[in-house]
Unconditional design. Structure first.
Length: 152
């Protein structure tokens, strides 16, 4: 099972690099807004390989979806808050891959592809206190970076 925070959700890096790397049979997009947007779901689904089943669900349905699918899941969150909400609801995450959180004036740029707000940092610190490890890579071939190198 693989968990990723990426505000782009489903895109080329996920489809071309991470799905083959993880071997996931299920792509689960846990995002409240997208779960209610059938048109965007249909468009996104066109890019997903046929051998991968994709689900668009609200974050509060993640526990039951993962229970039904088993361990062959790749889970995408758009925000750190959604990852924390999932964890608080009972989702066990050993590792959380962090990628592409866009910069904004109130955010701290910790990597070229990751900018964190105070809320993001608080959510990640709580996850870290519960022994969730962080993986700050865009693609699997990059060297592994953890929070100890980033001081968030």
């Amino acid at each position: 099972m693989w968990f990723r925070v990426d505000n782009r959700l489903v895109h080329g890096q996920v489809i071309e690099a991470w799905l083959p790397y993880t071997g996931a049979k299920y792509l689960v997009v846990a995002n409240d807004a997208l779960a209610g947007d059938i048109m965007r779901q249909q468009i996104i689904s066109l890019a997903v390989p046929q051998m991968v089943t994709i689900y668009f669900i609200p974050v509060n349905e993640l526990v039951s979806t993962l229970t039904a699918c088993g361990d062959d899941c790749f889970v995408l969150f758009a925000t750190c808050r959604d990852a924390r909400r999932a964890y608080d609801a009972g989702v066990t995450m050993n590792v959380l891959n962090m990628c592409n959180l866009h910069y904004a004036p109130d955010k701290l740029q910790i990597l070229p592809h990751v900018a964190l707000s105070a809320e993001d940092r608080a959510d990640l610190q709580i996850l870290q206190q519960h022994l969730v490890q962080f993986d700050f890579r865009s693609v699997p071939s990059e060297p592994l970076r953890g929070p100890h190198e980033l001081f968030f």
